[in-house]
Structures are given as C-alpha cells and as structure tokens.
Design a protein around this ligand. Structure first.
Ligand code: MN
Length: 275
C-alpha cells in the first residue's frame, strides 16, 4: 500500500507533519494510536499499523467503551508510520488545526489475515494503550450511512466488545489530555505559535470554531505567562475566563488519575507541573 493520497493532500513546506514514507517497524508488536484532532470539526483519528503504514479512520465522536454505543468511523487515507508520534499545530492547508496524541500502544488483530478482514469489512482486534484496552471491532456499514461524507463505502462503525475493559465511563471526557505531553489543546498550541491564526483561523463557526477561539486565548495567556516568568518581554497575561481555569485544573486532575484501571505506570509522575 502506498501513501500517494497522504502526500498529495499536504504541502510539507507548510505543514510540520512527517512526509509519507513507507517504513516497516521491524518489531513484532503493531503500533496503534488515536490522535485527537481539532480541525474543521473535532474528531479522533484511530490509526493501526499494517504493512509499514497506518490504516486510518476518523471517528467524529471518539471511541466509546460502552458496547451498546456504535461510533461512526470514516476510513481515510493511509498515514505514514512516523505520523503515529506526531503532535502539534498544522498552521494551514489540509487538516489545519491542532493534533494531540491522545492514546498510543500496541494492537493485535484477532484474525491472522488483516487484509482479508479489511476486504470483508469486519476487523476484530485488541488494543493495549494507555486509555483504550481490550477487544474491539471495526465493521463496514455497507452504505447504510450513505449520507456521511465520502459516501457509504468509507463508513465503518467502531464498537467495543464486552470484556474487562468495557464500561460506561466516558473515556474522552475522563482522560482528555495528551499521552505524549500531558497537555491539552491550549498547551500544545502554546508550545507553538498561538498567534498563528490571528488573521485566518482554520475554523470560525460552530462548536469547533468556538472551541478553537477559547483555545487560542488560553494558549496566548499561557505563553504570555511563561515569558513573564522567564523575564521575557513584560506582556500582561491575557485574561482567561474564570471558569476556564477551574475546568482546566479539574481536567488536569482527572488526566493525572489512572484513567481506566490499574496499569503499569508508564505515565505516573510525568504530569506537567500546574497542568
Ligand atoms: Mn484528522
């Protein structure tokens, strides 16, 4: 499988995303990740390593641990393996917005022939991430969601199987932050250039536009606060709405708590001070 679609959609002089090169990891475990992506709409990109690329689905509402909830998952272009560690700001062009590495780990197909399972439109697999674990299935809907963007051929459903890792916990709300930086969208933007969209935001209207406007304000405040602390230019920190601080810190506490169940604590103690 090649990455022509991936490369065609992007201008790598303008995007910090990695260029598309097919690269086999060589390891016996298969990498998976979920990237939370605030672009024209907030969505979660599920990516599964297969034959040197990342098979990719965009899940608008994100994965659900509840087996009764089927989440629409739109099949999108294969991504390069290197994309799996990407987190950052795409200033313009395709996918412009903020990408957070929301979960990562290993995945195991539950049937030996992944290509056959994809062709059949029924891929069962196990995830071993920080947030997502246990058995899942991706089922092609066979055009029943023909109204969805790109038509029915691309529409699949992501469903959790009932097991020790299923439940009613809203994992996206409970563990909203990055597994890479422990930051939220504003932290990620503040690492980059919060002013990047002063004139031309990737999304203005709707829920995503409102969310992005808040994130830009918070990122600018974070950055201004940091440069004041470090003796940089005396820019007064922009005012953050009172409730935003409270909400962010309660989210930070939630993210620092063990998300689902006891685990080997690879994340323990890595939380950013002050979140
Ligand atoms: Mn995306």
């Amino acid at each position: 499988m090649a990455l022509e679609d991936y490369n065609r959609k992007r201008d790598f002089r303008k995007s910090p995303e990695p260029a598309g090169v097919v690269r086999r990891s060589g390891g016996r475990t298969r990498f998976f990740c979920v990237q939370k992506h605030l672009a024209s709409h907030l969505h979660y990109d599920l990516r599964l390593e297969h034959n040197g690329i990342l098979l990719s689905w965009a899940v608008p509402k994100g994965p659900s641990l509840d087996p009764a909830i089927k989440r629409l998952a739109m099949k999108v272009e294969d991504h390069p393996l290197d994309y799996g560690e990407f987190e950052g700001v795409i200033p313009e062009g395709y996918g412009a917005g903020i990408v957070m590495l929301w979960d990562r780990g290993a995945w195991t197909p539950e049937s030996p022939d992944v290509d056959a399972a994809l062709a059949r439109g029924d891929l069962k697999f196990t995830l071993d991430g920080f947030k997502l674990k246990g058995s899942w299935v991706l089922v092609r809907t066979g055009g029943r969601y023909a109204g969805a963007r790109g038509g029915g051929e691309r529409s699949w459903l992501l469903i959790k199987h009932r097991d020790a890792w299923s439940g009613e916990l809203d994992i996206a709300a409970f563990a909203p932050r990055s597994v890479k930086s422990q930051g939220d969208f504003a932290d990620i933007l503040a690492e980059d250039t919060p002013a990047v969209w002063t004139s031309n935001r990737p999304v203005k209207g709707g829920d995503a536009g409102a969310l992005l406007a808040k994130i830009i304000a918070r990122a600018a405040a974070l950055k201004a606060g940091r440069s004041a602390e470090s003796g940089g230019p005396a820019v007064p920190p922009a005012r953050t709405p009172k409730h935003a601080g409270t909400r962010a810190s309660s989210k930070a506490r939630a993210a620092k708590r063990t998300p689902v169940a006891p685990r080997r604590s690879r994340t323990a103690g890595r939380g950013k001070a002050g979140g």
